[in-house]
Write a protein of this length. Structure first.
Length: 382
């Protein structure tokens, strides 16, 4: 639902009831992920999309029906029909399941605060019951920021605390995911499946080396939604004027900056200096940090020499296996702009576990679901 937080927040502030259709499960080549939503207000105004156009009309009608009748939340499945390709369904070949519910802002007042945070770009997670008893279906609980507080209730204090802990863990990881709780006396007597919608601060792209390639890469990273930092020890080159698309430009020795930087599993580190006095201490540190991607620019000869120096500096073979060098996919890139595309393509393929091959040469669904192991706090609470 956070994909349309601005509209939902406006409707909540205006105390306008609305119907919310949320994608709760997808398979095959369904175009949009779980958590994506479409909403319809009483006057017919609609916001969002759940299928890129394939089943919007049918879901819109179902929203109007649920909104007008006041009936309990309903689930509906949509898929492709070989018998009638023009019938309501996903012509892309996938299947999706949608939960449609009526929301009266007065009944779930905490949603207004959660949507306000999402609209303002602040961290927020909303846990949404998508499977369970009818009287709990559609209920929400929200977690704002990094604190321990939560708002809303799913019916039991112990269950609320369990869900809030899982929502906080997913918020830290920046993931929207399904969690299961309940079915036992220690958490919640009723088994529930919840979709946790998480909006975390944007992931970080740390670019080391104030070169022309960094200018193009900072623009590409900004476009992809990263918070981009360019760092170089040379003040004459590390200037905001040279990197207008970076969120910050830092003059510091790269390894000193990285040692003090806040990083997580979504952080990408791109080393474009290809100068051993910068590269070796920087990469030695980066390869010991829990970041998501580490790439280094340079020729194959530079790469081989860099590997030798890193091994001499105490880096293990297992750590070296994390290093993407020479950086980027083989796209035949020459210009800084083309190289930036090659680098970000590799980052996307690595993050999403793609093959990097042309889609015409691979089989299976185009929109594959990446199954991510939940953070330790989630596994412990489940």
């Amino acid at each position: 639902m956070l994909n349309i937080a601005d509209t939902l927040y406006r409707w909540c502030r205006e105390a306008r009831p609305f119907a919310l259709a949320t994608v709760v499960d997808v398979s095959g080549s369904a175009p949009l992920p779980p958590g994506t939503a479409l909403a319809v207000a009483a006057d017919g105004e609609a916001a969002g999309s759940i299928s890129g156009g394939c089943v919007e009309g049918a879901v819109y009608d179902l929203c109007r029906q649920v909104l007008d009748s006041g009936e309990p939340p309903v689930r509906a499945s949509f898929g492709y029909s070989d018998d009638d390709a023009f019938a309501v369904g996903l012509t892309c070949g996938g299947e999706l399941e949608v939960l449609v519910q009526r929301i009266d802002p007065a009944d779930q007042a905490h949603l207004t605060s959660a949507l306000d945070a999402a609209t303002g770009g602040r961290p927020v997670a909303v846990a949404h019951v998508v499977y369970g008893p009818v009287h709990l279906l559609g209920r929400t609980l929200s977690v704002l920021g990094d604190g321990n507080a939560y708002d809303g209730t799913l019916g039991s204090e112990e269950g609320d605390r369990t869900v809030a802990a899982q929502a906080r863990a997913l918020l830290r990881a920046g993931r929207t995911a399904r969690v299961e709780i309940g079915g036992d006396a220690d958490t919640c007597p009723e088994k529930l499946s919840l979709l946790v919608h998480a909006q975390a601060p944007p992931p970080r792209m740390l670019i080391f080396g104030a070169v022309d390639f960094a200018a193009a890469l900072s623009q590409a990273g900004h476009f992809l939604g990263y918070h981009v930092t360019v760092c170089d020890a040379r003040p004459v080159f590390a200037t905001p004027a040279r990197f207008p698309h970076a969120h910050e430009v830092v003059v510091a020795w790269p390894h000193d900056y990285l040692a003090a930087a806040e990083v997580d599993s979504r952080t990408v580190v791109c080393v474009l200096t290809h100068d051993a006095k910068f590269d070796i201490p920087l990469l030695r540190l980066a390869l010991d940090l829990p970041v998501g991607y580490i790439g280094a620019m340079g020729s194959r000869r530079t790469h081989e020499h860099r590997q030798e120096l890193l091994l001499e500096a105490g880096v293990t073979d297992l750590q070296l296996a994390r290093l993407h060098s020479p950086i980027g996919l083989d796209l035949g890139a020459h210009t800084p702009e083309e190289t930036a595309v090659a680098i970000t393509a590799e980052i996307i393929a690595h993050t999403r576990r793609g093959t990097g091959l042309p889609l015409s040469r691979v089989t299976g669904p185009i929109h594959r679901r990446v199954r991510v192991t939940p953070p330790p706090a989630v596994r412990a609470a489940a």
